[in-house]
Design a protein around this ligand. Sequence first.
Ligand SMILES: [Zn+2]
Length: 153
Amino acid sequence: MADIKFLADVHLGRVAKYLRLLGFDTLYFTNIEDNKIIEIAKNENRIVLTKDKILCERLKKSCYLVKSKKPIEQIKEIAKHFDLKKYAKPFTRCIKDNALLEDIEKSKIEDKLPPKVKKFYNSFKICPKCHQIYWLGSHYEKMEKFIKELLDY
Ligand SMILES: [Zn+2]
């Protein structure tokens, strides 16, 4: 259960981002056929998140049918159903492409940082795939509060 992996269907892009923010391995494609979803779910042992009943029936156990309508309610519903607060590792995964973030020394990326960030922050992570740099900036407290809210069930 600690290694729970998801595949969010095309209608659940925001949910996929929230799951990555919480540290869960979550695939998301903007354009994918049901057969392909089923193939990936099987091969990679992923739970498909969808609002599509027919797709869910085809997947049997490796599917969760999302009932809520708004993304924020959907992620809360999913978090509660899978008891995600036990396994969440926030800020460990790239929101854009799902890759695991790596620590990087400030000296290696200094020239890429906005001046204020360079001045005030010392701890950085980088996405090995898209090279996005992450730091625990002023948005961090807001995000932490948001994460607490998501996992408050
Ligand atoms: Zn990335």
